[in-house]
Write a new protein. Sequence first.
Length: 206
Amino acid sequence: MADRGRGASTPSTDESIRDEDWDSRDLSGQVFARVEFVEVDLTEAVANGATFEDCVFRGCTFNCATFTETAFTNCTFRRCNFFQVTFTRCKLVGSSFDQCRLDSLKVEGGDWSFVGLPDADLRTASLDGARMREADLSGARCAGARLTNLDLSGAALHVIDLTGCDLRGSDLSSLELATAQVRGAIVSWEQATVLAELLGFDVRAE
């Protein structure tokens, strides 16, 4: 499922919400299933414990929204704007982002396994402590980003740009060093050992 962002089918929906102004709306505790959101303004929206399942978001604005312990499972986001959006302990398993703006995105914890973020621009993003197993980050631009303490086991990381990126505490066992850009990336001594082994070195104690 790691390549879901590249051409995977979009969930079918039963309801459509279009051109609504949900600026600053509190969506806490609400449940949405198989709903299509088109050009909905969710600027500064707040959601604690909300659920979005098999939903599709097209051209929606999430600027400065705050989501806490909210689930977006198997959702599709297309041409949406996530400027300064914060996800805290959220679940986005199986969701995909296509041509979305992710400027200053902030992720703290949560489960982002199988998420599709191919070719995403994450240069100003901060992701810490999230589970991102088998996520698709192929071709992602992460130069200067903070991608710390992430579980990236099985993730698609080919052709990723990690120039100057803070990677401390993240699982780098799936990193394809032959195609990745890693100049100036920040890692721990333990991670450096893993990377050396990926390059074929036999690392031993002195």
